[in-house]
Ligand binder design. Structure first.
Ligand code: ATP
Length: 328
């Protein structure tokens, strides 16, 4: 270990995701292990600007590993986008003697961290916390696995109604720019069709596929759609379109919404959070900065923060092919 940092700050920023509490716990406990003080910063960058800090001991994070949301709360801060706001934040951090920062959040939060690091040369390490899984340099972001399972279980329940009433259900899941949840929850729940932002499969193809499965004897079906799919129609318009072209089906829409963000993190997310938190603290203590910790090939890795923000994370298109074969 390099120069011992006296105090590390930890915060959660942007949209909350399951596993953030487990990551806070890990950062706090790793600090305690290395005898470095740890300070929690409430409401992300906004709390940094307002000096909303709390000292955190190993015991202050008892009984949170299983909880969704974030005990430090999260926020989107307009003030941090201004030089004045960041100056206030810097003054508050230095006044508290905080010498390094762990930011748990998505690419926006990392951008804030990069800007702050450039301006004040302040050490920042990022932990990817977002359900969308849309960050380069990690196969999994914190909360993604939990959101995936939440979506899949919800689709399983919808299937019960779909099959009891010979209905066709359109289920919208989260993912404005990335189809990770739609594709994986769709395959996991045996969806008939999956529409994602990464690929425009065309409405005719969907219609043909639904007609084919109807002819093959299926009396109910589920189509999973990511919020940002490329068909040019929203989920209600899509449902209308199919109902007009397939009057034999009763079509229903279910938008899963924010329930996908909440809930107790899966074991995978808890373990990932524990590993990432320890690594983040060790990097800061080692004098490293401007890095994101992630998971690559099942090993904890580091990626330059700017690269993590700008890099393109690819969805596994092979899964679409698998999905097609599964609906035979
Ligand atoms: P999610 O993936 O859930 O949207 P996120 O971390 O991407 O999470 P954002 O709202 O994009 O969420 O960013 C969180 C915060 O980071 C912003 O509210 C802002 O305070 C800060 N931030 C983002 N971009 C910048 C920037 N260019 N300069 C300074 N701060 C920024």
């Amino acid at each position: 270990m390099g120069k011992k940092l006296k105090k590390i700050g930890v915060m959660t920023s942007g949209g909350d995701s399951p596993g953030m509490n487990a990551a806070i716990r890990s950062v706090v406990r790793a600090c305690a292990y290395y005898r470095t003080e740890c300070v929690g910063i409430y409401r992300g960058y906004q709390g940094m600007i307002e000096g909303d800090f709390v000292p955190m001991s190993a015991r202050s994070v008892n009984n949170i590993i299983h909880k969704g949301g974030t005990i430090l709360q999260s926020a989107r801060s307009k003030d941090f986008r201004t030089k004045e706001g960041r100056k206030k934040a810097y003054d508050n951090l230095t006044e508290q003697g905080i010498e390094g920062l762990v930011v748990i959040g998505g690419d926006g939060s990392f951008t804030g961290g990069v800007v702050f690091n450039k301006e004040y040369n302040f050490p920042v390490i990022g932990i990817p916390g977002t359900i969308d899984n849309d960050i380069f340099g990690t196969s999994h972001t914190l909360g993604y696995d939990t959101a995936l399972n939440t979506a899949m279980e919800a689709i399983d329940k919808i299937r019960d109604t779909a099959s009891s009433h010979n209905r066709l259900f359109f289920v919208e899941v989260m993912g404005r720019d990335a189809g990770f949840i739609a594709l994986n929850a769709g395959v996991g729940a045996g969806a008939e069709e999956i529409l994602i932002p990464e690929e425009d499969l065309g409405l005719n193809r969907m219609l043909e596929s639904l007609k084919k499965s109807r002819r093959s004897g299926k009396s109910s079906s589920i189509v999973v759609i990511a919020e940002g799919d490329k068909s040019g129609k929203n989920v209600y318009e899509l449902a209308d379109y199919v109902e007009q072209n397939m009057p034999e089906y009763e079509v229903r829409v279910s938008v899963l919404g924010h329930m996908q963000r909440g809930g107790s993190p899966t074991c995978f997310d808890r373990v990932l959070a524990s590993r990432l938190g320890v690594k983040a603290v060790e990097l800061l203590i080692d004098g490293k900065s401007n890095l994101m910790v992630g998971l690559e090939n099942d090993k904890i890795s580091t990626t330059n923060l700017e690269k993590a923000i700008k890099g393109q994370c690819e969805i596994d298109m092979e899964l679409l092919r698998v999905s097609d074969i599964m609906t035979t």
